[in-house]
Design a protein around this ligand. Sequence first.
Ligand SMILES: NC(=O)c1ccc[n+]([C@@H]2O[C@H](COP(=O)([O-])OP(=O)(O)OC[C@H]3O[C@@H](n4cnc5c(N)ncnc54)[C@H](OP(=O)(O)O)[C@@H]3O)[C@@H](O)[C@H]2O)c1
Length: 233
Amino acid sequence: MKTALISGSSSGIGRAVAEYFLRNGMRVVGLARDHNKFIWKGGDYIPINVELSDSSKLTDLVKEVLKNHPSISTFVSNAGYGDFKSLENFSVSQIERFINVNLLSHIILSRALITHMKSKGEGNIFLMGSEASLTGKKKATLYSAAKFGLRGFAQSLKEEAGGSGVRVCLINPGMVRTPFFDKLTFEPAEAFNNAIEPEDIAKIIFDLQSVRLGTIVEEINLFPSKKSINFKK
Ligand SMILES: NC(=O)c1ccc[n+]([C@@H]2O[C@H](COP(=O)([O-])OP(=O)(O)OC[C@H]3O[C@@H](n4cnc5c(N)ncnc54)[C@H](OP(=O)(O)O)[C@@H]3O)[C@@H](O)[C@H]2O)c1
């Protein structure tokens, strides 16, 4: 059975990808801290608790996952959170935690999977970038640092993996209507065209992982057709 590892499978985009894969006959191993937010009753979903800021545990975690699920051929490296304020308002420990979750965990998990994928001669790694991978904006120093970092990582890993059958693709969405905004001071305005729906991204990733191995898609940029924002009171 085709199996995928998805980080951040408990909510938002990761959850939508997990549901789409499961509904289309794939097995999903999901990583997050709180799996009570997403309970799948249909079987073939294996939730695993992990705190992704704890880099020292991630390599052993992937070893264990691969021992139990050697058929993993797709990794959706998606988990992350937003924190938007001027640089001087972040403490050093907030910066470290932010980069650990939003950049380092993606690199370490990909490193732990790539040898396995290369040895099988096939694999797909999807890294969840953002429009903030492409342009810096005020109050987004850390977010853009992580997302630009992911872009460089994705481009270089794609080159390194070239010819091995492992494909690396960066997905750069604009605003997506998810709980990402619950802890933020802004959110996309209500009208349907002010945000991408997570299911739109799920469909795209499902199609990309099933594209013939000879074809590589390096990067996808997608945006809502309008961009109105609500600032919360
Ligand atoms: N929503 C947008 O507008 C948007 C746009 C562009 C890119 N993105 C990116 O898309 C990705 C997913 O975001 P989303 O919109 O789906 O947000 P979300 O609904 O808040 O989901 C975030 C996911 O990441 C997991 N996660 C966060 N911190 C974690 C940690 N320390 N350890 C383990 N898991 C952690 C969460 O799981 P637990 O809380 O259960 O641990 C959750 O499953 C992020 O990388 C985000 O930067 C989002």
